[in-house]
Design a protein. Structure first.
Length: 145
């Protein structure tokens, strides 16, 4: 069954969050985005959410600041959640420059499927649809045709 993914957006910057949230919804990638300011809250939400009882794919967009000393915190927290949850999640890094993605700790996490320069734009989301598992739908809104 093809369904739109559950999208989570992790960002401490309100303006970036608003822009990315709007672009995700307007592109038709997801109908709704849950926003969090830190990874731990997002993972707690997932573990307590009914979505874990469905086959809905999960995409987490993580805003990574290149100057943040704790930029790996989300990946570190992610490694602590149960494997059956990790296997359902695709992580997308939103970065200021692609060099951040070349960091070995990000690349070593098999759930990190893509990295895009901020702000997130429609062509990034179209590319992301092609990278995600077959359970992800390929569709567009009528207004996009």
């Amino acid at each position: 069954m093809n369904t739109k993914p559950l999208a989570l957006l992790l960002s401490e910057r309100e303006i970036d969050c608003k822009i990315d949230r709007r672009n995700i919804i307007e592109s038709g990638f997801a109908d709704e985005i849950n926003t969090f300011s830190n990874c731990q809250d997002a993972f707690e939400f997932l573990l307590s959410s009914a979505v874990m009882d469905t086959d809905c794919p999960i995409v987490i967009f993580v805003d990574v600041k290149k100057t943040d000393e704790n930029k790996h915190a989300c990946i570190d927290d992610f490694q602590q959640i149960p494997l059956w949850v990790r296997d359902r999640i695709s992580i997308v890094l939103l970065v200021d420059e692609l060099r951040v993605f070349l960091d070995s700790r990000f690349r070593s996490c098999k759930s990190v499927v893509a990295s895009f320069i901020k702000p997130l734009i429609r062509s990034n989301l179209d590319q992301l649809r092609r990278l995600l598992p077959d359970t992800m739908p390929v569709y567009s809104r009528v207004s996009d045709l």
